[in-house]
Ligand binder design. Structure first.
Ligand SMILES: [Zn+2]
Ligand SMILES: [Zn+2]
Length: 333
């Protein structure tokens, strides 16, 4: 402890990557001292929430203490956040990753580190490698155990938290099976990226880059995607039991009324399907000229052009007019 009870500065501080999430950097910092990121966060003065919970909470006083401990500016600590408390339901509770991005980091002699974009349900594919983000550990096949980002011998290492040994990332991932016969090609990939970028911007309150149907000052892009997520889930009769994060629940006067399904709560393949549909029905249809096909009736052949119209016709009758309203809204700002 320093003179005034502030934690003293640390001799070893890994430099954050430009796109790195706060909790990822904190884990790498904690690993240098064989600490858990949660304990280091407590030491810096963050309340007992867990380091990953801090990805969308700004706590200026603790940020300031951490800045003093690490020599980083408060601004760089702040920009590592990927959401705001009111958008907490958009932040994933488990790790997801792009195998090729992690491989590249390892080849450069670096540690596995998490991108900010991976932390939120806004991102479902890697924009550089055009593949769906993975969430199951290649070694134990489990989700959400912390595999691939484990602290060991002063660094974060690609280890399996269940089996305890090294994860082999050099093989090919299992083929990404997307719902409704969807596949990722260059056209759809560009559109999904544009939507993901704007969703990420919307989550931290920045202005959007592209125009999407229905967006206005009063109606955020995230709200529209929450609605599309809900009507799609109703249509496929898949409504997982709400399991909102504890701290978010405690902050709501009526959490059931405040709860919305977001892609962050869904398996990445289903979330990818929903974001793909949304990226098409909310953008200018001329752009696609019937170049994206899908198989809404699950007849194994993606033979129908994906258009706002075929999407609405596919919806469950009880949400069809709601869907029509969303796809026929004027382009927003
Ligand atoms: Zn990648
Ligand atoms: Zn594992």
């Amino acid at each position: 402890m320093g003179k005034e009870g502030a934690p003293s500065s640390l001799p070893l501080v890994p430099f954050p990557h430009r796109a790195e999430a706060f909790s990822s950097w904190l884990s790498r910092l904690a690993a240098r001292y064989d600490l858990h990121a949660d304990h280091l966060a407590l030491h810096a003065g963050y309340p007992l929430r867990g380091a990953r919970e801090l990805d969308c909470y700004l706590l200026p006083q603790a940020d300031c203490a951490l800045a003093l401990m690490t020599g980083l500016s408060q601004r760089s600590i702040r920009t590592m956040r990927c959401g705001m408390p009111q958008r907490r339901l958009w932040v994933r509770d488990h790790h997801v990753w792009c195998r090729e991005c992690v491989r590249e980091a390892l080849l450069e002699g670096d540690e596995p580190w998490e991108r900010r974009s991976w932390r939120t349900g806004a991102t479902v594919t890697c924009e550089r490698h055009r593949r769906v983000l993975e969430e199951a550990c290649p070694r134990c096949n489990k989700i959400g155990k912390g595999c691939l980002f484990l602290s060991d011998k002063g660094r974060v290492q690609p280890l399996c938290a269940v089996k305890g040994d090294k994860i082999n990332l050099w093989g090919d991932a299992l083929d990404d099976q997307l719902p409704w016969g969807l596949t990722i090609d260059r056209t759809i990939s560009r559109c999904v990226n544009a939507l993901s970028i704007d969703l990420c911007r919307s989550l931290v309150g920045q202005t959007l880059r592209a125009q999407w149907r229905g967006v206005s000052r009063e109606r955020r892009l995230t709200t529209i995607i929450e609605e599309l997520t809900l009507i799609t889930l109703i249509t496929i009769d898949y409504l997982p039991r709400p399991q909102p994060p504890l701290y978010w629940m405690l902050e709501q006067s009526d959490w059931k009324a405040a709860f919305h399904y977001t892609p962050a709560m869904l398996p990445t393949s289903l979330a990818t399907g929903i974001i793909m549909l949304a990226s098409v029905v909310l953008s200018d249809h001329q752009f696609f000229e019937d170049r994206v096909f899908w198989d809404p009736s699950e007849c194994q052949v993606a033979c129908e052009p994906l258009t706002p119209e075929t999407y609405v016709m596919w919806l469950h009758p009880k949400v069809r007019s709601w869907g029509r309203q969303i796809i026929s809204a004027p382009f927003g700002v």
